[in-house]
Design a protein around this ligand. Structure first.
Ligand code: PHE
Length: 337
């Protein structure tokens, strides 16, 4: 009996499982239900008591040996499978898809870059504002109907706190802290309680510009905006200033640029006028300067504010403002630089 076991051990030791079929053959022969090991176990009861101990040890040795051989073979096959031998290390690596900036960020960065060449720096205002900075300091009288120009989100429990309706409050915060000369841009998100449609949204972005110094005139404003328009919309761009009204500027104007799509001839985008309205601007109202501790007899300034979404829609030909807020990967991947 023990001799038979020794023979099996020799047999397994010499066995090389170089194919999957051979390894399976070994498993079936020894480990399956009708395999040799079960057979040998069954014979255990017929073994002479003096030999039982050695017999048992050898059965275990045989079992472990068979399992070891099969495991080794298994590992070898798995390793071979994960290392195909036709690997061509000269092939280019896989293409990783890189992310990109949001189109609003791209436009904002470009605007900041253009104005930084004229010495403008960037200040952050705050999205949650108080009534004073969003309205009162900007010369909105308490019951002035102009407060209704912008549908404000107030905090229910405290009507003094609101979501800013424009970045102009940032002007006030800068002037409170800084003495002229001031040349600053305030970019950021603003909020208005408006119905969401393809053309308007309750959240959008603006960038505010403010320049305060001695002898700043309307001519400086016009020249600065013309420089911006030509840099941003193209060398051939013309600008047009139309009289307008804002409580915090006097005189106030709205700026149009010649339509960059049709070159001013008239098209669907400019509604056949040849002009596109892009920003509001004006000379900082003396009351606003005074509210911020700046003497309007000594200093004057100009301010402007433009909507980024509108600018980005023109730049990229986007026809639905909602696309900027939906994080649709198909839309966003169009703006890879
Ligand atoms: N705050 C104005 C708006 O939201 C734009 C503006 C800014 C106008 C600065 C004049 C000066 O429409």
């Amino acid at each position: 009996m023990i001799e038979k076991l020794k023979d099996f051990i020799d047999e397994v030791q010499q066995f090389t499982a170089d194919t999957k079929e051979k390894a399976e053959e070994l498993r079936l022969k020894f480990l399956s239900r009708k395999g040799i090991l079960n057979e040998i176990f069954a014979e255990f009861k017929n073994v002479a008591p003096t030999e039982k101990r050695e017999y048992g040890q050898r059965i275990n040795a045989l079992k472990q040996l068979v399992e070891k051989k099969i495991n080794e073979a298994q590992e070898k096959f798995e390793e071979q499978a994960s290392k195909p031998n036709d690997l061509d290390i000269t092939l280019p690596g896989p293409n990783y898809s890189l992310g990109s900036h949001h189109p609003i960020t791209n436009v904002l960065n470009e605007i900041i870059e253009i104005f930084s060449r004229l010495g403008f720096t960037v200040a952050e205002g705050q999205e949650i504002e108080d009534d004073y900075h969003n309205f009162t300091a900007l010369n909105f009288a308490p019951e002035h109907p102009a407060r209704d120009m912008q549908d404000t989100f107030f905090i229910e429990t405290n009507p003094d706190i609101l979501l800013r309706t424009h970045t102009s409050g940032g002007q006030v915060r800068v002037m409170e802290k800084q003495k002229p000369p001031i040349r600053v841009l305030v970019p950021g998100r603003v909020f208005r309680n408006e119905a969401v449609s393809a053309r308007s949204h309750c959240i959008f972005h603006q960038v505010e510009g403010l320049y305060v110094d001695k002898n700043v005139s309307f001519a400086d404003l016009k020249q600065t905006l013309m420089y911006f328009a030509k840099e941003f919309y193209g060398e051939k761009t013309e600008i047009r200033l139309r009289p307008s009204y804002f409580p915090f500027t006097e005189p106030s104007a709205e700026m149009d640029v010649s339509c960059s799509i049709c070159g001013g001839k008239g098209c669907g985008i400019c509604k056949n006028t040849g002009w596109l309205e892009v920003l509001g601007c004006g000379m900082v109202h003396p009351n606003v300067l005074r509210n911020c501790g700046i003497d309007p007899e000594v200093y004057s300034g100009f301010a402007f504010g433009m909507g980024i979404e509108r600018t980005a829609m023109l730049r990229y030909g986007v026809t639905d403002i909602r696309m900027f807020f939906e994080n649709d990967m198909k839309f966003l991947s169009r703006f890879k630089l």
